[in-house]
Design a binder for this molecule. Structure first.
Ligand SMILES: Nc1ncnc2c1ncn2[C@@H]1O[C@H](COP(=O)(O)OP(=O)(O)OP(=O)(O)O)[C@@H](O)[C@H]1O
Length: 256
């Protein structure tokens, strides 16, 4: 089966220095892949490559089997939505305006705004618990509210692939869990860069990056061993069973 999104030996170089090296990955339709790794390990760079915003210096990214480099922005945006880290939006727009931008790839001279677009925007605002703020100025929102609006914009885009770069940044614990539950409910393929290893446990697979290279890829309970966590993050981790049968929890201690 053709992977929905694929990286084939993809690297990215800036001014001749490789900051991401030789990444190969085949995403299966509907799966959620967590990207983890220390600061500066290449997670956002890989997101940028997979979103078609950055070009690989070597290798290739393929979207539904077709080289990303041969697809136009609109073709990509109908299939894939990115919520970048600290994404900004032009000032003087309302929350609803910001979410409506997600419908852009679907509109055109022969396809004006219609009831289905209103429905998509309303459903997206609802999904992130922002419907009551639809009329608010974007500029007046808190960091977490902005993050939720960005996710609503991506949701309204109705993508098959959702790329989320640290989507729980800025969110309180209630909304962190709400966003992860939302992502789990959506029947889209998701790549999600995360720092919280507890959140990574919710993914079907995780890719661990270090210094621009993939060092592990697989189901989180197989990959996130104390030995790997020590090696990658320089912390001692103990894995503690959940008292009521839920996902285990980590206890961390910095290596002396
Ligand atoms: N345009 C650029 N020019 C020079 N260096 C860059 C550029 N973009 C990224 N880098 C460097 O490449 C490395 C990977 O950056 P990237 O943002 O992908 O890491 P990350 O894993 O997302 O980090 P974080 O967890 O801190 O968000 C970092 O060392 C970064 O400084």
């Amino acid at each position: 089966m053709t992977p929905i999104l694929e990286a084939v030996g993809a690297s990215h170089a800036v001014r001749g220095r490789e900051i991401l090296s030789d990444i190969s990955l085949r995403l299966h339709p509907g799966e959620t892949l967590g990207l983890i790794g220390p600061n500066g390990s290449g997670k956002s760079t890989l997101m940028g490559l997979m979103a078609g915003l950055l070009r690989p210096s070597r290798g290739e990214i393929r979207l539904e089997g077709r080289p990303m480099a041969r697809l136009g922005r609109r073709q990509i945006a109908r299939r894939l939505a990115l919520v970048a880290q600290s994404a900004e939006t032009a000032e003087r727009i309302t929350v609803r305006d910001a979410v409506e931008l997600g419908r852009t790839p679907w509109l055109g001279p022969l396809r004006p705004w219609g009831a289905q677009d209103d429905d998509a925007v309303a459903a997206a605002l609802d999904a992130v618990d922002m419907a009551h703020m639809a009329g608010r100025d974007w500029a007046s929102l808190s960091g977490g509210e902005r993050q939720r609006v960005h996710i609503a914009r991506a949701h309204a885009q109705a993508p098959r692939i959702l790329l989320l770069d640290e989507p729980t940044n800025h969110l309180d614990i209630h909304h962190q869990i709400a966003i992860l539950d939302l992502v789990a409910r959506l029947s889209v393929t998701t790549v999600i860069a995360l720092h919280d290893l507890h959140h990574a446990l919710r993914c079907e697979r995780v890719m661990v990056l270090r210094a621009g290279r993939c060092v592990a890829l697989g189901p989180p309970m197989e990959i996130l061993t104390p030995a790997l966590i020590r090696e990658i993050f320089a912390v001692e981790a103990e894995i503690i069973p959940h008292p009521r049968g839920g996902r285990p929890v980590f206890a961390f201690q910095r290596l002396a």
